[in-house]
Design a protein around this ligand. Structure first.
Ligand code: GLA
Length: 344
């Protein structure tokens, strides 16, 4: 891909937000619909381009990521977090080095796309150019190369294309997106469960394979008929397909309700999404389920669901504006819909 930007030696600062998925999980890797939102927790990469060595420190991870470019196999980079850096350097094909520091307020392992935020910030810092979809595709590929996790396009595209005050309705089949305003009457809270996890050691890849197998029998699941899904012999494939099909319908309904400020519609849709992720996609945990139930019992909470890949991580709750969930779970934080990755 093409790289450009500041001349060697100039200081560069690139910022990329984390993201929360309001609705639409475990659908992106089979061409489904998703509705994530870039948030005001972000990763910053600051430093200078030049030479033939990439050398970065991090305020979240130990050790220095140091390797020479161009680079052939990013999986050999050490320490672990350096693989994300090396994956991006390899995919964008840079032969110019970079010396600097990564700092981040996106907690790792919480389902808020901390690694995609590092990827996008780095890509911009190293000089990658292109539209949001081009940058997102490169960073998705880098992530898979570095970690082996066959993730979909949602996180990177949301982080690349985020719009202040808006969530993004993404059609993952066409990789196109539309910004949908988040109404003033809705507050978005992220509540950490305290259960951290790494996608590479979770059943994420297995869930993806199962959904892809269902799609190979049904064609695009998003438009498959409910009767055909119900006729699938294999119980697991039937439930995975039912999740994708029903979640895409919920994403569409949710986006319409947001756009029309029909706030009363939002809660039931995200509660139904959590049940589907729990029962059909089977990506929830007892801790996440209990947290969702506790949150939904609190006054002023419209609804709650796990957000992102699941298997631990965080829950997203939509509430009335004056609700305070900072004491919930392992800690709650109200987040604002924020702009996507950019050079500062
Ligand atoms: C992770 C992946 C995404 C997506 C979600 C689940 O965040 O990186 O591509 O599959 O899980 O919706």
């Amino acid at each position: 891909m093409s790289t450009t930007g500041a001349a060697d030696g100039d200081e560069v600062c690139a910022v990329a937000p984390g993201r929360v998925v309001l609705i639409g999980d475990h659908t992106d890797y089979v061409g489904g619909l998703v509705l994530p939102m870039a948030i005001d927790l972000a990763t910053e990469v600051r430093g200078r381009r030049g030479g033939r060595t990439v050398e970065l420190t991090s305020d979240q991870f130990d050790g220095v990521a140091r390797f020479d470019v161009p680079l052939s196999d990013p999986r050999t980079a050490h320490p672990d977090w350096a693989r994300h850096v090396a994956g991006v350097a390899a995919v964008i094909g840079t032969s110019t080095g970079f010396t600097g520091a990564v700092s981040s307020t996106v907690p790792p392992g919480s389902g808020l796309s901390s690694s995609a935020a590092i990827g996008l910030a780095l890509a911009l810092a190293l000089g990658a150019t292109g539209d949001a979809a081009t940058l997102a595709r490169a960073c998705r590929q880098a992530e898979e190369l570095a970690t082996g996790v066959p993730c979909g396009i949602m996180d990177q595209l949301c982080i690349a294309a985020g719009v202040e005050g808006h969530a993004l309705l993404i059609d993952c089949a066409t990789e196109t997106h539309r910004a949908v305003a988040v109404p003033e009457g809705v507050a978005v809270w992220i509540v950490e469960s305290g259960q951290t996890r790494q996608l590479s050691t979770s059943p994420y890849a297995e869930r993806r394979r199962q959904a892809e197998t269902a799609a190979s029998l049904l064609g695009p699941i998003r438009t498959a008929s409910l009767d055909r899904i119900a006729e699938l012999d294999d119980d697991v494939l039937r439930r995975r397909a039912r999740h994708v099909r029903s979640e895409c319908d919920r994403v569409e309904a949710f986006a319409e309700a947001l756009a029309n400020e029909e706030i009363a519609q939002l809660g039931p849709l995200i509660s139904a999404s959590h049940r589907s992720l729990r029962d059909d996609a089977e990506v929830s945990t007892l801790v996440l389920d209990e947290l969702v139930t506790t949150l939904e019992a609190r006054p002023g909470v419209f609804g709650a669901r796990l957000t992102g890949a699941g298997f631990g991580g965080s829950v997203v709750a939509l509430t009335e504006p004056d609700v305070d969930l900072s004491d919930a779970g392992a800690g709650g934080r109200r987040v604002q819909p924020s702009p996507g990755a950019h050079l500062r």
